[in-house]
Design a protein around this ligand. Sequence first.
Ligand code: MN
Length: 271
Amino acid sequence: MIHVLLTGDNKIFKGICLNVLSILKYTKTPVHIHIMTIEVPWHDGEKIPESSVNLLRDVVQNKSPNSLVSYYDIASEFIKEFANSPNKNPAYSPASLTRLFLARYIDCDKLIYLDADTMCHMSLEEFNTIDISNAEIGVCLDYMGRFWLHRDYFNSGVLYINMKKVKETNLFDNAIELLKQEKLFFSDQTALYKLSKYRVYMPMRFNEQRKIKPDTVIKHFNKGVRYLPFFKIYNVKQWQVGQVHNFLKIHDFDDIYDEYHKLFPTLPKLI
Ligand SMILES: [Mn+2]
């Protein structure tokens, strides 16, 4: 069983569905998909409803009968920890902090955390080639941060987590504590960077932040910069199909877009 965590609010649920379809396309080992969500009084994001996760579970178990989907609404615990935190409104959304609670809810040996704006391009079994037995987390460098911030600054959109080790070192609880004390830029990513002592740097193919290559395992649709014909910061997500085609020129996931529309007729159409 391969354990995967996806988090977010209802706005990005379509991203989670696309991601899960991409996992099932390539990964033949059964998967346990963990979905964590929140809704908080100080932000207008709505939680992913359990009924939507039930829809997703039907699709997953239809394609892969031994796979599982679990749902965690962690709002009350989240509010208890973050209601007075200087980071309660991070650059993205409060829901981006929910992954910090993973060690309190999920029990497994190794966990693959994926941002909702990622897609699989190869089997998750590729993670078995990475040895994290002495590490807390496996990470990839942050494409821009390594120039602007620190040479070893990593991107937390893909984390390969040794659950036994992080429960020993309390990495994620320590991150929550730090975020209650001081305001951090890229809040949770920076907290994990500052606090993790045992890291393995994985090849960039596990968190490809630029062009997809033949050996890419995970494509991350994060912010990017183009210099020509003029300087432009772009932020195209995999569910913005028109821009994925016309701006990014990516067609690798077209079969998954078709499948999404067939399997989730009640969810928002991708345009
Ligand atoms: Mn991301």
